[in-house]
Structures are given as structure tokens and as C-alpha cells.
Design a protein around this ligand. Structure first.
Ligand code: 4AD
Ligand code: MG
Length: 430
């Protein structure tokens, strides 16, 4: 009977067949220890000469890493085995040979691995990370679906900017028209929120920033909720609930993967409500007290965010930034119009921004002023201005980059390992 390694525990004492690949092999005289993987997990197969006979034992002597094999054997519980089980092999069939698989158990440089990303993803650590990514995505979807948010997909070809004109990837559209790859679905979500109340989108997002940091990809996946009749506080409440829900689901369902990557899960267990909410003013003061040369009015850079997020054991929500450093669509604080009602959520352990969002500018005249002040072409935004002409309401939402979330949850050095095929400033292959 063909079974998947992740289900092996249900088959103790039975004869099963595993269809997979040989990840590693050790031999000692009369026994081969075969580390098998099938995508769902890893398990050790023990092949003894006494059981399989001289001929099969000898054939298994030459099997090299990543040979695809179909293995039959008996499932035996073994407390010492990482999966809790081993297989006593009775038969082995080679499906496809593999010679000199480039990624061996020894250490390799990151560029070497990234050039072979299509093979690198077969390793135990990488499969664990990709499974956690899968869990994060599904946890996010379930969170919004369970709360009555409607998934509304936003376009990838867009006619204009949302987050700033310098970070757009242009593409040729028909008849000499220029289109750009989306850098946020937000403006469209504001309109679907006016139609459906609470909405979200989840899709690929493109940023042509020439940033070469551990937090930047040129192509990443963003989930963006948007709510009609919502204030900045409502947006922060939602972000807090979503993060708590995703973290607890990953802890609950991906304990095995977190163990494989050696994540200290006690750090994730402290991610509970309430998250500290501090203003930009407080944050600036905190940086200055730490001796950083930061002046009020600027946007936080990577090192500033790292310092801020190291102060807390859970995500911190920094709100009310200077309007000048934020996008044109943010609502000014009625008490202090030089501030925007925006929030960035910074993940702990130095991870920095994982969420950006806030309350939107709902007033037509003010929005027109902002569009002018930002030198944006009003014609391109007529449809967006219509949302303020026909029954405007306070509203808001946020965007969360899946890769930043996964990098934090897995405590990775760089977001490049959180996505099957990362796209970066100098990386478009494979
Ligand atoms: O802060 P950002 O730019 O906000 C927006 O795009 C809003 N329009 C979202 C909204 O309110 N609907 O991006 C949101 C999040 C960031 O906090 C970060 O997690 C992720 O998207 N992000 C990136 N992730 C990887 N690589 C990049 N270059 C990223 N840029 C942003
Ligand atoms: Mg941001």
C-alpha cells in the first residue's frame, strides 16, 4: 500500500510502500541506512543484507543522493528516530538515477544555492519553511473568510502608481500604452470595500526599489484587507487579531517544521494581545535615547526598525507618522494635521515592518489637495475620487507581506528563503 511519510504513524506494523527520493545513505557492512523523503517528510529505511539478499543489497550500495526510489518495508516505531518511526526495507526499486547532486550535506554559499534554487528546495530545512509559508497563507485566508471578509482580486496591470512613482515596473501594453505591475491593490480595494463592506485581496505585488536588504524582494505576495466604516483603531485591532491568529495556528499545526528549523518557539508563544501601540513621536524619542542619530520628520530605516522592534517581546504598532513621509491617501490626524493616521507593525526579534496601513483620506477636497501636492495626475485618479463623491465613509485597511511574516516566524536571516523562487535586484534565475 502506498503511503505518505507524514501518515506513517497510522501504519505501525504494516507493510507499506513509499515513493520518493533517497536523501542520504550510510552503510555499515551488512546494513544500509537510507534516508528517504517523499515531499511529506523524511524517514530512515533500514536495509539488511539478511532480509533483502545479496543482490539487492549490493545494488543499493551505489545509490546516490536524490535517486528516485520506490521502497517497500515494514513500519516500526523507534523512539530515537526524528519522525518516531523507521522502515525495515524488504524491497527497493530505482525509478530515476541521480549522479553528483550538487547540493550535498556540507555547507554551501548562498549564491551557489540560489543558482540551484530548483534543487535547493528539496532539502529538509527548505521544505519545512515552504510548509510554514503554506500554513501562513491558509491561516490568513481562513482568518478573513471566517470574519465575513470577501476576497476581491485586484488587477496586476495597472495604469498608475499607488505607493510612489519611482518603484514601478513598466510593461508594454497595447497601442503604445504603458502599464505598470501593481505595487498594491489598495486603491481598488477601497472601491470594492464600498461595494461589499469588508474585503481583502491576496496576490503578487511588485516593487522596483533598488533595495538590496534582507527585507526586500522585487516580487512578493501581499494580503490586503480593507473595511468601510473603519478608523485607525479598527485597523490596528484587525492587524493585532490577524497576527495572533496566524502565529497560534502555525505553532499549533507546524510544530514539526518549527522543530526542524530549530525555531525557539517560546518567542512566538509570547505573541499575545494586547500589542503595544506607540506613536511615531514616542518611537523617535526611544531611538534618540538609544543614541541613534534620528531626527523627527524622517522615515525609519532598516536599522531604526530593528532597534525599535528589539524593545518588545511582541509586535509593536507605531502610529501617526509625519504625513510628509507617507502616501498621499492617508488621512491627516484631525488634532495634528502634520501627522498621518497610518500604522506600521514591527515584528519583534529585530524583524521590523511586516504590516503597513491606516485610515484613508475620505474627504474629497482634501484628497484633491493631496493629489496636487504630490504632483499626481488628477485624471488618472478620477475613478478613485468618485469614491469620495458618491457616499464617502471613513475607511481603512492594511497590507502584510507574506514573506516578511514567514521570515520572522522562521527567524530567517533574509526573506529570500521564504518563497520558492525569489526575485531580487540581481536575481531572476532560475
Ligand atoms: O507598507 P506598504 O508599502 O503598504 C502598502 O502597500 C499599502 N498600500 C497597503 C495597504 O494599506 N493596503 O507595504 C505593505 C507590506 C509591508 O509592511 C511589507 O510587509 C510588505 O508589504 N512589503 C514587502 N515585502 C517584501 N519585499 C518588499 N520590497 C516589500 N515592500 C513591502
Ligand atoms: Mg510600509
Amino acid at each position: 500500500m502506498h503511503v505518505y511519510i507524514e501518515d506513517i504513524g497510522k501504519h505501525e506494523g504494516q507493510d507499506v510502500t513509499i515513493k520518493g527520493w533517497l536523501s542520504n545513505r550510510r552503510s555499515s557492512g551488512k546494513i544500509h541506512f537510507l534516508i528517504l523523503r517523499d515531499g511529506s517528510g523524511f524517514i530512515q529505511g533500514v536495509m539488511s543484507k539478511a532480509t533483502v539478499g545479496e543482490e539487492m543489497f549490493k545494488a543499493a550500495d551505489h545509490l546516490s543522493q536524490e535517486t528516485s526510489v520506490i521502497v517497500t518495508g515494514t513500519v516500526r516505531a523507534d523512539k530515537r528516530a526524528p519522525s518516531g518511526y523507521e522502515i525495515d526495507v524488504t524491497a527497493l526499486e530505482v525509478v530515476g538515477e541521480s549522479h553528483e547532486f550538487p547540493i550535498t550535506p556540507k555547507e554551501h554559499g548562498v549564491d551557489f544555492l540560489l543558482d540551484r534554487r530548483h534543487l535547493w528546495i528539496r532539502t529538509e530545512r527548505q521544505t519545512a519553511i515552504l510548509r510554514i509559508r503554506h500554513e501562513v497563507i491558509n491561516a490568513v485566508r481562513d482568518f478573513f473568510n471566517d470574519r465575513g471578509f470577501i476576497l476581491t482580486d485586484t488587477p496586476i496591470f495597472t495604469p498608475s502608481a499607488c505607493e510612489g512613482t519611482t518603484t514601478l515596473f513598466p510593461v508594454e501594453y497595447f497601442d503604445d500604452q504603458k502599464a505598470y505591475l501593481t505595487q498594491s491593490g489598495q486603491l481598488y480595494l477601497e472601491s470594492t470595500a464600498m461595494a461589499l463592506g469588508r474585503v481583502y485581496s491576496f496576490g503578487p505585488t511588485f516593487r522596483a526599489e533598488k533595495s538590496k536588504t534582507r527585507r526586500h524582494l522585487t516580487e512578493f505576495w501581499m494580503v490586503e484587507p480593507e473595511m468601510a466604516y473603519a478608523s485607525l483603531d479598527d485597523v490596528m485591532d484587525l492587524a493585532e487579531d490577524m497576527i495572533v491568529s496566524v502565529v497560534s495556528r502555525v505553532l499549533d499545526r507546524r510544530a514539526r517544521e518549527l522543530k526542524i528549523i530549530e525555531r525557539d518557539t517560546s518567542k512566538l508563544e509570547s505573541v499575545r494581545k494586547p500589542f503595544p501601540r506607540i506613536t511615531y513621536d514616542d518611537a523617535v524619542q526611544m531611538l534618540q535615547e538609544k543614541g541613534l542619530p534620528f531626527e523627527w520628520g524622517g522615515d525609519f530605516g532598516g536599522p531604526d526598525e530593528t532597534t525599535l522592534s528589539e524593545q518588545y517581546d511582541r509586535p509593536v504598532m507605531v502610529n501617526r507618522y509625519p504625513a510628509a513621509v507617507k502616501a498621499f491617501y492617508m488621512k491627516p490626524d484631525p488634532q495634528r494635521p502634520e501627522l498621518a493616521l497610518g500604522v506600521d507593525v514591527l515584528a519583534p526579534e529585530g524583524y521590523g515592518e511586516i504590516i503597513g496601513g491606516g485610515e484613508r483620506l475620505a474627504d474629497l477636497d482634501l484628497l484633491l489637495q493631496r493629489i496636487k501636492a504630490h504632483d499626481l495626475p488628477q485624471e488618472a485618479f478620477e475613478w478613485y475620487l468618485d469614491l469620495r463623491r458618491y457616499g464617502t465613509v471613513p475607511h481603512g485597511g492594511f497590507g502584510m507581506g507574506i514573506e516578511r511574516m514567514v521570515a520572522w516566524l522562521c527567524k530567517l536571516e533574509h526573506v529570500r528563503e521564504t518563497i520558492p523562487f525569489p526575485r531580487m535586484l540581481y536575481r531572476l534565475y532560475p
